[in-house]
Write a protein that binds this ligand. Structure first.
Ligand SMILES: [Zn+2]
Ligand SMILES: [Zn+2]
Length: 338
């Protein structure tokens, strides 16, 4: 089998690797139906996150179960499954509280940009669909593995309620699907912060009512203007930089909720500013598994079409071009076909 390996900044190769096989009795091996490049893959790709030698890449996946270990009960060969980017046993205390991405047995998936994938803790990580889905649903089902699940968590953690005024900071796939999620949860006003025309268009399609192109202080005063000086009920921070985090906290009203799902890179919070902001903060790696059954349902019954975030589809052998296109912002998100 060939798979995707990052060798260093800008150096992605699709090359021979060992075929994944069952190692623990709780493992499954799946044959990928679709996989993709994540915005978070760009941090190490750009050299902004150190790697320890050649690193297999990819953590978003869906496909058909090929083989299961002897202890696996919930999924069986031939079934179509979607799994979270973080593995979970779904039985430990953190899982029971709905925080499967903090499972005591958690592993982060990292070899998914390949035709086959070993999934540890298959019973607690994978969710099967009732039947094999039609091909046109694959992109949307794939988003549930991370970007949709993460956008949904962002909206949920920011306490989006019917009638709410919501701000979404970040116009990557997660931010855009945060917009879609907020719409599903009944937000009345959704202000997307975006500077890119194609992303603004998709944000509107997903339910954004306003677009703010300004950033930093100007962005915050624009939000204040749009909310009659009050600030937003819910703010979804979907980037992970100092600027975006500060912007998010300052855009919320006192008593408002800020969620943060962008992996932070050199973010530091000022205690005084936080103290006087009066906001609720809740974020982290999204417990995607908690939402998978619902999200899969919403896709299968045609309520949502999150697969629209994929604006580039390539055969998996061309994965390097998929990274380049996202790095250069020519693509929002690249789908890879095995
Ligand atoms: Zn991802
Ligand atoms: Zn657990």
């Amino acid at each position: 089998m060939k798979g995707t390996i990052l060798y260093g900044p800008g150096d992605i190769r699709f090359e021979d690797r060992e075929d994944p096989k069952i190692i623990a009795p709780t493992d499954a091996v799946i044959r990928m139906a679709a996989t993709c490049v994540c915005g978070s893959d760009l941090w190490p790709y750009r050299g902004l996150q150190p790697i320890n030698g050649p690193t297999p890449m990819g953590h978003e996946y869906c496909g058909f179960v090929e083989e299961v270990g002897s202890a696996v009960k919930a999924v069986k060969p031939g079934q179509f499954v979607v799994g979270s980017f973080a593995t979970s046993d779904n039985v430990c205390p953190h899982c029971r509280h709905g925080y499967q991405s903090s499972c005591v047995q958690r592993e982060f998936m990292s070899q998914a940009q390949a035709p086959f994938l070993r999934v540890p803790l298959a019973d607690g990580t994978l969710v099967a669909t009732p039947e094999g889905p039609s091909r046109d649903l694959l992109p949307s089902l794939l988003t549930a593995s991370d970007v949709l699940g993460t956008g949904w968590f962002a909206a949920d953690a920011a306490n989006v309620k019917p009638g709410a005024t919501v701000v979404v900071v970040g116009d990557g796939a997660v931010g855009l699907l945060g917009v879609l999620s907020a719409r599903q949860m009944g937000a009345e006003r959704i202000i997307a912060m975006s500077r890119h025309e194609s992303r603004q268009k998709l944000a509107r399609e997903f339910g954004a009512t306003d677009i703010v192109t300004e950033r930093g202080d100007e962005g915050v005063s624009r939000i204040k203007e749009l909310t009659r000086g009050v600030g937003a009920d819910s703010v979804l921070e979907c980037v992970g930089t100092q600027e975006s985090m500060q912007q998010a906290i300052r855009a919320a009203r006192p008593g408002g909720f800020v969620s943060y799902v962008g992996v932070p890179h050199e973010v530091e919070l000022d205690g005084q500013a936080l103290f006087f902001s009066h906001v609720h903060l809740h974020g982290g790696p999204a417990p995607v598994h908690r939402y998978l059954p619902k999200l899969i349902d919403l896709v299968l019954n045609g309520t949502i079409n999150p697969g629209k975030v994929f604006d580039l589809t390539l055969p998996i052998e061309q994965v390097a071009e998929g990274y380049r296109a996202m790095d250069e912002r020519r693509a929002i998100k690249t789908l890879l076909q095995p």
